[in-house]
Design a protein around this ligand. Structure first.
Ligand code: ASP
Ligand code: MG
Length: 243
């Protein structure tokens, strides 16, 4: 099967967590699956980069902010690929443009228009685990773009859609989608399944578990997405049509 698996920033926050994601991935690859990982910048990296940029120029252009912020995900991708290699399995990290993610030119909030999957398919065919940097693509002028905060989810769903993946999983720091923020409300209730429109309403109400455009893309392409904990790996919430 072709699997797209996304790891968020907290799920890659330190070397042990990176190794744990790599172990899961190498095991899937050993079972004969083709695996495309999508990774976020580690932990608070993006916030730190934004703060660092503001110390140089608090009105930096959107183009240069994108060029700078995209580095966070690229560092994660390189690290995760090295962690997979350390387990004896070949891996290759790809930035957004290398992964064929074509976007519009709206720096800081770019929309994915198309994915050219040629390079990813070639690497998969060569037996490699592909580690794609989330949150970024290339715009019509050939410049690096970013997809908006939380946009790595959208990278994962887009890759699943254009690759025709058999499964799309989003690993995060909660064990699924709740009716309220489980970090704040201990009595929040977890959904086993949730439809696209309900998920979009939750996001409109402030839920941050998924990037809104990832849900729209999943709905438009009919992609089922599982949201689950990177720490337990226990079954999470299935986003999809409830029929
Ligand atoms: N690193 C980016 C952010 O913090 C994108 C993401 O994590 O999805 O918003
Ligand atoms: Mg997120």
């Amino acid at each position: 099967m072709l699997l797209v698996e996304k790891y968020g920033g907290t799920s890659l926050a330190n070397p042990e967590r990176i190794r744990s994601a790599a172990r899961r991935t190498a095991e899937l690859a050993r079972q004969g699956h083709q695996v495309v990982l999508v990774v976020s910048a580690q932990a608070d990296t993006t916030d730190e980069l934004i703060a660092a940029a503001a110390r140089v120029n608090c009105h930096g252009s959107a183009r240069e902010m994108d060029a700078y912020l995209a580095a966070g995900e690229q560092m994660s991708a390189g690290l995760v690929a090295m962690a997979v290699e350390a387990l004896g399995h070949p891996a290759v990290s790809l930035s957004g443009w290398q992964a064929g993610i074509h976007t519009d030119g709206v720096h800081g909030n770019a929309r994915i228009l198309e994915v050219d999957t040629t390079r990813i398919r070639r690497e998969l065919e060569a037996g490699k685990v592909v580690v794609a940097a989330g949150f970024q693509g290339i715009g019509p002028e050939g410049d690096v773009t970013t997809l908006g905060r939380g946009g790595s989810d959208t990278t994962a769903v887009a890759l699943a859609a254009w690759l025709g993946a058999d499964q799309c999983r989003i690993f995060t720091d909660v064990d699924g989608v709740y009716d309220r923020d489980p970090h704040v409300f201990p009595d929040a209730v977890r959904f086993r399944r949730i439809g696209y429109e309900n998920m979009l309403s939750l996001i409109e109400g402030g839920a941050q578990v998924l990037h809104d455009r990832s849900v729209e893309l999943a709905r438009d392409h009919g992609i089922r997405v599982e949201v689950l904990s990177a720490f337990t790996g226990a079954p999470g919430t299935i986003l999809g049509d409830l029929s």
